[in-house]
Design a protein around this ligand. Structure first.
Ligand code: 5GP
Ligand code: ZN
Length: 113
């Protein structure tokens, strides 16, 4: 069984600031916040990247995205939100357990983009 850093976070072996959790996904604050509320959503099943997601894993995963987005909207009142996913080192992926970044935006000079 693969035990990457995000698998350890899901299992509670590495502490994290939980934002949301259900049967299929775990969402937590990124350790290096590019803006306030920067959150990662990960499937509980270890898949390296978007190419490895089955339709069922993708459906269950994407169902959670608006739920987490709305939780961040309510908590932080951003004026916008970036939703993005890096696949492969060249694309900026540094942790090889599929994840989505949700980056709340507050205006020019908010630290991202
Ligand atoms: P990637 O570069 O793969 O798209 O994103 C990986 C993200 O995981 C980075 O933004 C990085 O800050 C975050 N990260 C890496 N290690 C940890 C950790 O141990 N805890 C948390 N909360 N985030 C992490
Ligand atoms: Zn993993």
């Amino acid at each position: 069984m693969k035990m990457c850093i995000f698998c350890k976070i899901i299992n509670g072996e590495i502490p994290s600031a939980k934002v949301y959790e259900n049967e299929h996904v775990y969402a937590f604050l990124d350790i290096s916040q590019v803006t306030k509320g920067h959150t990662l959503i990960v499937p509980k099943i270890h898949k390296e990247n978007v190419y490895e997601l089955t339709p069922e894993i993708a459906r269950n995963f994407f169902e959670s995205v608006p739920v987490v987005a709305n939780a961040l909207k309510a908590a932080f009142q951003p004026v916008g939100l970036n939703v993005l996913n890096n696949n492969g080192e060249i694309a900026g992926q540094s942790v090889f357990h599929y994840h989505m970044h949700l980056i709340p935006r507050y205006g020019k000079g908010d630290g991202f983009g």
